[in-house]
Design a protein around this ligand. Sequence first.
Ligand code: NAP
Ligand code: G4F
Length: 340
Amino acid sequence: MKKNKSAFITGITGQDGSYLAELLLKKNYTVHGLIRRTSVLNIDRIQEIIDKYEKIRKLKIHYIDVTDTSSITNLILKYKPNEFYNLAAMSHVGISFFTGEATLNINSLACYRILESIMKNHKSCKFYQASSSEMFGSSKPPQNEKTEFNPQSPYGVSKVAAFHTTKYFRQAHGIFASNGILFNHESPRRGLNFVTRKITHSLARILIGKEKKIELGDISTKRDWGHSKDYVRGIWMMMQQKKADDFVLSTGINYSIEDFVKKVFRILNLDWKKFVTTNNKAYLRPSEVRNLKGDSSKARKILKWKPKYNLDDLCLDMLKSDLKLYGMTLDEAKKIAKKL
Ligand code: NAP
Ligand code: G4F
């Protein structure tokens, strides 16, 4: 009889990690979530699956910082996972300009150390690295697997290092190590300081009178936004291939931040200009990635992957969820909006 698979996920408390864990648990994997110790337990996004799967031993949580190599090695030796998804990261581009060294330690060196441990201790384990469209930086769109990397931030630099590390272990040591080069993907679980969630969450707070304005930085930059649920499915598909490889996941359509703002405010028939200020210095970056638009034809052909959500679906999903957080339905929010 075929044994059920087991997987390690670093970054399981994050947006993608939580959706990926749900997907793998539904597929009957045993999931090991590696989380760092924090003074306040940060497990909101995985509370539901902990309640459902921990007692039946399908989900195990381990306190391990991703930079703690010896502890990761001990865990690999103990559980010998089939698949290792490395999603943990200092994932905020703007913050990385102030935390360069930590960003490289968490995002680049940890990847190297995990792969070295897999090579020495459990060579058959498949490895996934969460690479990013931020690596393309100033390269012209559309960007695909053959596009040159021109990173514009410490975050971008750290992800380029991890990308090449992953490729190196694949080519030199025969490890199944794949890079997913994912363009921006969002969801109701997106962190509050990324621009999309900041907009939907702040709008909900404006409606209940807790905020007056949304202060943004540069809203002329363009991003290719998808839904995290679609992208974690693509990640899993990469790991089911016979051969490791690198794949771009994107929708192929990009919009400016201004377009995103307009779409969200239009849902409530509000004039965004009354509520949004731009070019706030606190959110401007020393160097910007101006234009990201992915060409994911390789993933669509080989993995047979394609996204189900478009940007309108995503905006609605995120706004509805933030309204719900503050006790409002969409219809109630529309009524309140009329009075603003
Ligand atoms: P996220 O929500 O910010 O989650 C990051 C995760 O990494 C969290 O679980 C965080 O734990 C964990 N983490 C950070 N430092 C750690 C450390 N030292 N030890 C252990 N865990 C640590 O990010 P995401 O949006 O889900 O993205 C997942 C991955 O994909 C990241 O590597 C990101 O760089 C990459 N990526 C994301 C996108 C995107 O658009 N979302 C696009 C391309 C690539 P805490 O909860 O304790 O903070
Ligand atoms: O939402 P953002 O912070 O995402 P960014 O920088 O594109 O990074 C995200 O996507 C990457 C993939 O390309 C991931 F690798 C990375 O981990 C992360 O998930 O900013 C999007 C754009 C930027 O141009 C930024 O300058 O929005 C602009 N922006 C304008 N005002 C703002 C704001 N960004 C943030 N976070 N907050 C603002 O107030």
